[in-house]
Ligand binder design. Structure first.
Ligand code: GCO
Ligand code: MG
Length: 408
Protein backbone atom coordinates (compact mmCIF):
# COMPACT_ATOMS: atom_id res chain seq x y z
CA UNK A 1 0.00 0.00 0.00
CA UNK A 2 1.35 3.45 -0.95
CA UNK A 3 0.32 7.07 -0.49
CA UNK A 4 -1.13 8.26 -3.79
CA UNK A 5 -2.29 11.79 -3.06
CA UNK A 6 -1.78 14.43 -0.36
CA UNK A 7 -4.18 17.39 -0.34
CA UNK A 8 -4.20 20.46 1.88
CA UNK A 9 -7.76 21.73 2.31
CA UNK A 10 -8.43 25.20 3.73
CA UNK A 11 -11.98 26.31 4.46
CA UNK A 12 -13.75 28.70 6.80
CA UNK A 13 -17.12 27.34 7.89
CA UNK A 14 -17.52 29.83 10.75
CA UNK A 15 -13.76 29.93 11.28
CA UNK A 16 -10.67 28.81 9.40
CA UNK A 17 -9.58 25.18 9.36
CA UNK A 18 -6.61 23.45 7.72
CA UNK A 19 -7.28 19.79 6.92
CA UNK A 20 -4.88 17.29 5.40
CA UNK A 21 -6.33 14.52 3.27
CA UNK A 22 -4.14 11.54 2.40
CA UNK A 23 -5.40 9.00 -0.14
CA UNK A 24 -3.74 5.62 -0.71
CA UNK A 25 -3.44 3.73 -3.98
CA UNK A 26 -6.17 1.40 -2.61
CA UNK A 27 -8.50 4.39 -2.21
CA UNK A 28 -8.39 4.62 1.60
CA UNK A 29 -8.78 8.24 2.74
CA UNK A 30 -7.32 9.58 6.01
CA UNK A 31 -7.87 13.04 7.52
CA UNK A 32 -5.66 15.13 9.79
CA UNK A 33 -6.13 18.56 11.43
CA UNK A 34 -3.38 21.20 11.04
CA UNK A 35 -5.34 24.26 12.15
CA UNK A 36 -3.31 26.97 13.93
CA UNK A 37 -5.69 29.78 14.85
CA UNK A 38 -4.70 33.09 13.22
CA UNK A 39 -1.67 31.55 11.45
CA UNK A 40 -3.46 28.93 9.34
CA UNK A 41 -1.75 29.51 6.01
CA UNK A 42 1.72 29.07 7.51
CA UNK A 43 0.81 25.44 8.27
CA UNK A 44 -0.98 25.00 4.94
CA UNK A 45 2.15 26.16 3.04
CA UNK A 46 4.44 24.07 5.25
CA UNK A 47 2.35 21.03 4.37
CA UNK A 48 1.87 21.62 0.67
CA UNK A 49 5.34 22.99 -0.13
CA UNK A 50 7.58 21.02 2.20
CA UNK A 51 5.80 17.91 3.48
CA UNK A 52 3.51 16.62 0.70
CA UNK A 53 6.40 15.88 -1.72
CA UNK A 54 8.03 13.71 0.98
CA UNK A 55 4.90 11.64 1.50
CA UNK A 56 3.85 10.66 -2.00
CA UNK A 57 4.74 7.02 -2.66
CA UNK A 58 5.51 6.24 1.02
CA UNK A 59 4.00 3.36 2.99
CA UNK A 60 1.07 4.87 4.94
CA UNK A 61 1.49 2.21 7.65
CA UNK A 62 4.97 3.48 8.61
CA UNK A 63 3.61 6.04 11.11
CA UNK A 64 6.56 6.13 13.51
CA UNK A 65 9.13 6.32 10.71
CA UNK A 66 7.18 9.11 8.99
CA UNK A 67 6.96 11.03 12.29
CA UNK A 68 10.71 10.74 12.81
CA UNK A 69 11.39 11.68 9.18
CA UNK A 70 9.35 14.88 9.53
CA UNK A 71 10.69 15.74 13.01
CA UNK A 72 14.36 14.69 12.96
CA UNK A 73 14.83 14.85 9.23
CA UNK A 74 13.70 18.46 8.88
CA UNK A 75 16.76 20.06 10.56
CA UNK A 76 14.44 22.81 11.94
CA UNK A 77 12.58 21.28 14.84
CA UNK A 78 9.63 22.03 17.10
CA UNK A 79 7.42 25.12 17.10
CA UNK A 80 3.66 25.35 16.50
CA UNK A 81 3.80 25.45 12.69
CA UNK A 82 6.04 22.40 12.33
CA UNK A 83 4.32 20.40 15.04
CA UNK A 84 0.81 21.15 13.72
CA UNK A 85 1.90 20.04 10.25
CA UNK A 86 3.39 16.83 11.68
CA UNK A 87 0.16 16.33 13.64
CA UNK A 88 -1.94 16.57 10.48
CA UNK A 89 0.13 13.86 8.79
CA UNK A 90 0.25 11.65 11.87
CA UNK A 91 -3.52 11.69 12.46
CA UNK A 92 -4.31 11.09 8.78
CA UNK A 93 -2.03 8.01 8.84
CA UNK A 94 -3.63 6.69 12.05
CA UNK A 95 -7.05 7.20 10.43
CA UNK A 96 -5.92 5.12 7.44
CA UNK A 97 -4.38 2.38 9.58
CA UNK A 98 -7.53 2.04 11.68
CA UNK A 99 -9.78 1.89 8.62
CA UNK A 100 -7.59 -0.80 7.08
CA UNK A 101 -7.72 -2.72 10.38
CA UNK A 102 -11.51 -2.27 10.45
CA UNK A 103 -11.34 -0.84 13.99
CA UNK A 104 -12.13 2.45 15.70
CA UNK A 105 -8.79 4.19 16.19
CA UNK A 106 -8.76 3.93 20.00
CA UNK A 107 -8.52 0.14 19.67
CA UNK A 108 -5.09 0.53 18.06
CA UNK A 109 -3.99 2.76 20.96
CA UNK A 110 -4.61 0.05 23.54
CA UNK A 111 -8.41 -0.06 23.69
CA UNK A 112 -10.83 1.82 25.94
CA UNK A 113 -9.73 2.58 29.51
CA UNK A 114 -13.08 4.19 30.42
CA UNK A 115 -16.63 4.55 29.16
CA UNK A 116 -16.33 8.15 28.04
CA UNK A 117 -14.08 11.18 28.34
CA UNK A 118 -15.24 13.67 31.00
CA UNK A 119 -15.74 17.00 29.20
CA UNK A 120 -15.93 20.61 30.31
CA UNK A 121 -17.87 23.40 28.61
CA UNK A 122 -17.40 27.18 28.63
CA UNK A 123 -19.77 29.36 30.64
CA UNK A 124 -19.28 33.11 30.70
CA UNK A 125 -21.03 36.42 31.17
CA UNK A 126 -20.17 40.09 31.16
CA UNK A 127 -21.17 40.08 34.83
CA UNK A 128 -21.87 37.48 37.52
CA UNK A 129 -25.63 37.36 36.86
CA UNK A 130 -25.07 36.50 33.19
CA UNK A 131 -22.41 33.98 34.13
CA UNK A 132 -24.75 32.18 36.52
CA UNK A 133 -27.39 31.97 33.81
CA UNK A 134 -24.80 30.51 31.46
CA UNK A 135 -23.69 27.92 34.07
CA UNK A 136 -27.35 26.89 34.49
CA UNK A 137 -27.64 26.46 30.71
CA UNK A 138 -24.54 24.25 30.62
CA UNK A 139 -25.80 22.07 33.45
CA UNK A 140 -29.04 21.61 31.57
CA UNK A 141 -27.02 20.42 28.57
CA UNK A 142 -25.45 17.78 30.80
CA UNK A 143 -22.06 19.29 31.64
CA UNK A 144 -20.70 18.31 35.05
CA UNK A 145 -17.51 20.34 34.65
CA UNK A 146 -17.68 23.98 33.56
CA UNK A 147 -15.11 26.70 32.89
CA UNK A 148 -16.25 30.08 34.25
CA UNK A 149 -15.08 33.46 32.92
CA UNK A 150 -16.56 36.95 33.43
CA UNK A 151 -15.99 40.54 32.50
CA UNK A 152 -13.92 42.59 34.95
CA UNK A 153 -15.39 45.82 36.43
CA UNK A 154 -13.68 48.82 34.86
CA UNK A 155 -12.44 46.92 31.79
CA UNK A 156 -14.20 46.66 28.43
CA UNK A 157 -14.65 43.36 26.57
CA UNK A 158 -12.52 40.56 28.04
CA UNK A 159 -11.22 37.63 26.02
CA UNK A 160 -13.16 34.42 26.54
CA UNK A 161 -16.36 36.15 27.66
CA UNK A 162 -19.53 36.05 25.56
CA UNK A 163 -20.82 39.49 24.73
CA UNK A 164 -24.44 38.79 25.62
CA UNK A 165 -26.39 36.57 27.96
CA UNK A 166 -27.64 33.20 26.78
CA UNK A 167 -24.62 32.71 24.52
CA UNK A 168 -24.27 29.35 26.21
CA UNK A 169 -21.39 27.39 24.73
CA UNK A 170 -21.52 29.21 21.39
CA UNK A 171 -18.38 28.76 19.40
CA UNK A 172 -17.88 32.39 18.55
CA UNK A 173 -16.92 33.81 21.87
CA UNK A 174 -13.24 33.31 21.52
CA UNK A 175 -13.05 34.44 17.94
CA UNK A 176 -10.22 35.25 15.70
CA UNK A 177 -11.78 38.36 14.14
CA UNK A 178 -12.31 37.88 10.43
CA UNK A 179 -11.61 40.27 7.63
CA UNK A 180 -10.01 42.94 9.84
CA UNK A 181 -6.94 43.72 11.90
CA UNK A 182 -6.79 42.42 15.48
CA UNK A 183 -9.18 43.90 18.03
CA UNK A 184 -7.38 45.56 20.95
CA UNK A 185 -8.62 44.91 24.46
CA UNK A 186 -7.57 46.60 27.71
CA UNK A 187 -6.13 44.49 30.45
CA UNK A 188 -5.45 45.30 34.11
CA UNK A 189 -4.20 42.41 36.24
CA UNK A 190 -4.87 44.26 39.52
CA UNK A 191 -8.56 44.73 38.66
CA UNK A 192 -8.78 41.09 37.55
CA UNK A 193 -7.13 39.72 40.70
CA UNK A 194 -9.51 41.71 42.90
CA UNK A 195 -12.55 40.46 41.01
CA UNK A 196 -12.09 36.72 40.41
CA UNK A 197 -12.47 35.44 44.01
CA UNK A 198 -15.88 37.13 44.32
CA UNK A 199 -16.99 35.44 41.08
CA UNK A 200 -16.06 32.00 42.41
CA UNK A 201 -17.78 32.79 45.71
CA UNK A 202 -21.06 33.57 43.90
CA UNK A 203 -20.83 30.49 41.69
CA UNK A 204 -20.19 28.17 44.65
CA UNK A 205 -23.07 29.76 46.57
CA UNK A 206 -25.43 29.17 43.68
CA UNK A 207 -24.31 25.67 42.64
CA UNK A 208 -22.80 24.09 45.76
CA UNK A 209 -19.61 22.05 46.14
CA UNK A 210 -20.15 19.21 43.64
CA UNK A 211 -19.87 21.06 40.31
CA UNK A 212 -16.37 20.86 38.82
CA UNK A 213 -15.19 24.43 38.17
CA UNK A 214 -12.34 25.56 35.94
CA UNK A 215 -10.88 28.98 35.16
CA UNK A 216 -8.45 30.25 32.49
CA UNK A 217 -6.05 33.17 33.15
CA UNK A 218 -4.85 33.13 29.51
CA UNK A 219 -1.11 33.47 30.23
CA UNK A 220 -1.55 36.98 31.65
CA UNK A 221 -0.01 36.98 35.14
CA UNK A 222 3.48 37.27 36.59
CA UNK A 223 4.56 34.38 38.83
CA UNK A 224 3.84 36.28 42.05
CA UNK A 225 0.40 37.38 40.77
CA UNK A 226 -0.31 33.80 39.75
CA UNK A 227 0.67 32.57 43.21
CA UNK A 228 -1.69 35.09 44.78
CA UNK A 229 -4.57 34.10 42.50
CA UNK A 230 -4.10 30.39 43.18
CA UNK A 231 -4.05 31.05 46.91
CA UNK A 232 -7.10 33.32 46.83
CA UNK A 233 -9.13 30.62 45.02
CA UNK A 234 -8.26 27.67 47.26
CA UNK A 235 -11.52 27.87 49.21
CA UNK A 236 -13.51 27.38 45.98
CA UNK A 237 -11.94 24.01 45.17
CA UNK A 238 -11.22 24.52 41.47
CA UNK A 239 -10.74 21.51 39.22
CA UNK A 240 -7.97 23.61 37.68
CA UNK A 241 -6.60 27.06 37.16
CA UNK A 242 -5.24 27.36 33.64
CA UNK A 243 -2.33 29.18 32.01
CA UNK A 244 -1.55 31.47 34.93
CA UNK A 245 1.75 32.59 33.39
CA UNK A 246 3.13 32.43 29.83
CA UNK A 247 5.11 29.41 31.15
CA UNK A 248 7.81 29.16 28.53
CA UNK A 249 9.89 29.98 31.58
CA UNK A 250 9.10 26.64 33.19
CA UNK A 251 11.12 27.41 36.34
CA UNK A 252 8.75 30.31 37.14
CA UNK A 253 6.13 27.75 38.10
CA UNK A 254 8.19 26.74 41.14
CA UNK A 255 7.17 29.94 42.86
CA UNK A 256 3.49 29.51 41.98
CA UNK A 257 3.45 25.90 43.12
CA UNK A 258 5.19 26.73 46.36
CA UNK A 259 2.37 29.09 47.34
CA UNK A 260 -0.81 27.32 46.31
CA UNK A 261 -2.57 23.96 46.29
CA UNK A 262 -4.99 25.03 43.53
CA UNK A 263 -4.39 22.49 40.69
CA UNK A 264 -2.63 23.98 37.67
CA UNK A 265 -3.11 23.27 33.96
CA UNK A 266 -0.66 24.52 31.35
CA UNK A 267 0.42 23.92 27.78
CA UNK A 268 -2.18 24.64 25.10
CA UNK A 269 0.54 26.58 23.24
CA UNK A 270 3.23 23.94 23.85
CA UNK A 271 4.24 21.46 21.18
CA UNK A 272 6.76 18.89 22.39
CA UNK A 273 7.90 17.03 25.47
CA UNK A 274 10.77 19.52 25.84
CA UNK A 275 8.27 22.28 26.67
CA UNK A 276 7.14 20.23 29.67
CA UNK A 277 10.36 18.71 30.93
CA UNK A 278 10.81 20.80 34.09
CA UNK A 279 7.07 21.17 34.65
CA UNK A 280 6.69 17.38 34.76
CA UNK A 281 9.92 16.27 36.42
CA UNK A 282 9.37 18.74 39.28
CA UNK A 283 5.60 18.13 39.39
CA UNK A 284 4.87 21.84 38.94
CA UNK A 285 1.57 21.23 37.11
CA UNK A 286 -1.35 18.81 37.33
CA UNK A 287 -2.71 18.81 33.76
CA UNK A 288 -1.09 18.89 30.31
CA UNK A 289 -3.13 21.12 27.98
CA UNK A 290 -1.66 20.18 24.60
CA UNK A 291 -4.12 18.70 22.12
CA UNK A 292 -3.27 16.18 19.43
CA UNK A 293 -3.41 18.94 16.77
CA UNK A 294 -0.58 21.15 18.06
CA UNK A 295 1.75 18.59 19.58
CA UNK A 296 2.80 16.37 16.71
CA UNK A 297 -0.33 14.25 16.54
CA UNK A 298 -1.23 11.13 18.47
CA UNK A 299 2.38 9.96 18.26
CA UNK A 300 3.75 13.27 19.60
CA UNK A 301 1.19 13.82 22.35
CA UNK A 302 1.47 10.25 23.58
CA UNK A 303 5.19 10.84 24.22
CA UNK A 304 4.30 13.82 26.43
CA UNK A 305 1.46 12.08 28.25
CA UNK A 306 3.42 8.90 28.89
CA UNK A 307 6.05 10.96 30.67
CA UNK A 308 3.32 12.95 32.48
CA UNK A 309 1.79 9.71 33.76
CA UNK A 310 4.99 8.85 35.62
CA UNK A 311 4.44 12.00 37.70
CA UNK A 312 0.68 11.59 38.26
CA UNK A 313 0.03 14.42 35.82
CA UNK A 314 -3.05 13.92 33.66
CA UNK A 315 -4.30 15.04 30.26
CA UNK A 316 -6.48 18.12 29.80
CA UNK A 317 -6.49 18.37 26.02
CA UNK A 318 -7.26 21.73 24.46
CA UNK A 319 -10.62 21.64 22.68
CA UNK A 320 -11.75 25.10 21.59
CA UNK A 321 -13.51 25.47 18.26
CA UNK A 322 -10.20 26.23 16.57
CA UNK A 323 -9.32 22.54 16.96
CA UNK A 324 -11.36 21.10 14.07
CA UNK A 325 -13.72 18.12 14.46
CA UNK A 326 -10.89 16.02 12.98
CA UNK A 327 -8.52 17.13 15.76
CA UNK A 328 -11.25 16.67 18.37
CA UNK A 329 -11.98 13.12 17.20
CA UNK A 330 -8.26 12.28 17.37
CA UNK A 331 -8.03 13.68 20.92
CA UNK A 332 -11.04 11.57 21.94
CA UNK A 333 -9.61 8.33 20.58
CA UNK A 334 -6.38 8.98 22.46
CA UNK A 335 -8.24 10.18 25.57
CA UNK A 336 -10.42 7.06 25.71
CA UNK A 337 -7.35 4.80 25.58
CA UNK A 338 -4.92 6.70 27.86
CA UNK A 339 -4.56 5.63 31.46
CA UNK A 340 -3.79 9.16 32.72
CA UNK A 341 -6.72 10.89 31.02
CA UNK A 342 -8.01 13.84 33.07
CA UNK A 343 -10.61 15.92 31.24
CA UNK A 344 -11.40 17.07 27.69
CA UNK A 345 -12.30 20.66 26.79
CA UNK A 346 -15.40 20.76 24.60
CA UNK A 347 -16.66 23.88 22.87
CA UNK A 348 -19.39 22.97 20.44
CA UNK A 349 -18.65 23.59 16.77
CA UNK A 350 -21.05 25.61 14.64
CA UNK A 351 -23.62 23.99 12.33
CA UNK A 352 -21.54 25.14 9.32
CA UNK A 353 -18.44 23.42 10.69
CA UNK A 354 -20.36 20.22 11.38
CA UNK A 355 -21.82 20.30 7.86
CA UNK A 356 -18.28 20.14 6.44
CA UNK A 357 -16.88 17.46 8.79
CA UNK A 358 -19.92 15.39 9.94
CA UNK A 359 -18.27 14.40 13.24
CA UNK A 360 -19.66 11.19 14.71
CA UNK A 361 -18.42 11.47 18.31
CA UNK A 362 -21.18 11.75 20.92
CA UNK A 363 -21.76 13.74 24.13
CA UNK A 364 -23.70 12.06 26.89
CA UNK A 365 -23.77 12.14 30.71
CA UNK A 366 -21.15 14.92 30.80
CA UNK A 367 -18.68 13.03 28.63
CA UNK A 368 -17.59 12.45 25.04
CA UNK A 369 -17.08 9.19 23.23
CA UNK A 370 -15.48 8.70 19.81
CA UNK A 371 -17.35 6.88 17.06
CA UNK A 372 -17.27 3.06 16.89
CA UNK A 373 -16.79 3.01 13.11
CA UNK A 374 -13.38 2.09 11.65
CA UNK A 375 -10.92 5.02 11.73
CA UNK A 376 -11.48 8.47 13.26
CA UNK A 377 -15.19 8.81 12.50
CA UNK A 378 -15.05 12.17 10.72
CA UNK A 379 -15.36 12.98 7.00
CA UNK A 380 -14.88 15.98 4.72
CA UNK A 381 -17.46 17.32 2.28
CA UNK A 382 -15.70 19.27 -0.49
CA UNK A 383 -18.91 20.73 -1.87
CA UNK A 384 -20.01 22.19 1.44
CA UNK A 385 -16.45 23.38 2.19
CA UNK A 386 -16.32 25.24 -1.12
CA UNK A 387 -19.08 27.53 0.15
CA UNK A 388 -16.75 28.80 2.90
CA UNK A 389 -13.52 30.23 1.49
CA UNK A 390 -10.61 31.19 3.77
CA UNK A 391 -10.71 34.65 5.31
CA UNK A 392 -7.73 36.12 7.19
CA UNK A 393 -8.51 36.37 10.90
CA UNK A 394 -6.68 37.53 14.02
CA UNK A 395 -7.02 36.88 17.73
CA UNK A 396 -7.26 40.09 19.78
CA UNK A 397 -4.31 41.85 21.39
CA UNK A 398 -4.28 42.99 25.04
CA UNK A 399 -2.83 46.32 26.20
CA UNK A 400 -2.31 47.64 29.72
CA UNK A 401 -4.04 50.86 30.83
CA UNK A 402 -1.00 52.88 29.65
CA UNK A 403 -1.05 51.23 26.22
CA UNK A 404 1.81 48.76 26.69
CA UNK A 405 1.26 45.46 24.88
CA UNK A 406 0.54 42.81 27.50
CA UNK A 407 1.36 39.11 27.55
CA UNK A 408 -1.32 37.48 25.53
C1 GCO B 1 -8.94 27.59 25.76
C2 GCO B 1 -8.20 28.64 25.08
C3 GCO B 1 -8.60 29.00 23.72
C4 GCO B 1 -7.55 29.79 23.00
C5 GCO B 1 -7.70 29.68 21.55
C6 GCO B 1 -6.62 30.42 20.82
O1 GCO B 1 -8.60 27.32 26.88
O2 GCO B 1 -9.81 27.03 25.14
O3 GCO B 1 -7.50 29.52 25.85
O4 GCO B 1 -9.84 29.55 23.64
O5 GCO B 1 -7.58 31.10 23.41
O6 GCO B 1 -7.66 28.34 21.22
O7 GCO B 1 -6.56 30.01 19.52
MG1 MG C 1 -6.88 28.25 27.55
Amino acid sequence: MRIREVEVLVASPGRNFVTLRITTDDGVVGLGDGTLNGRELAVAAYLSEHVAPLLEGRDPHAIEDTWQLLYRGAYWRRGPVTMSAIAAVDVALWDIKAQVAGLPLYQLLGGASRERCLAYGHASGVDVAELIESVHAHREQGFRAIRVQTGVPGLGPVYGVASSAGGGERYDFEPARRGALPAEERWDSRAYLRHVPSVMESVRQEFGPELMLLHDAHHRLTPIEAARLGKSLEAYDLFWLEDVTPAENQEALRLVRHHTTTPLAIGEVFNTVWDYRTLLAEQLIDYVRSPVTHAGGITGLRRILDLAGQYQVRSGMHGPTDVSPVGMAASLHLGLALHNFGIQEYMLHSAETNAVFSPRFTFDDGGLRPSEEPGLGVSYDDEVAARFPYERAYLPIARRPDGTVHDW
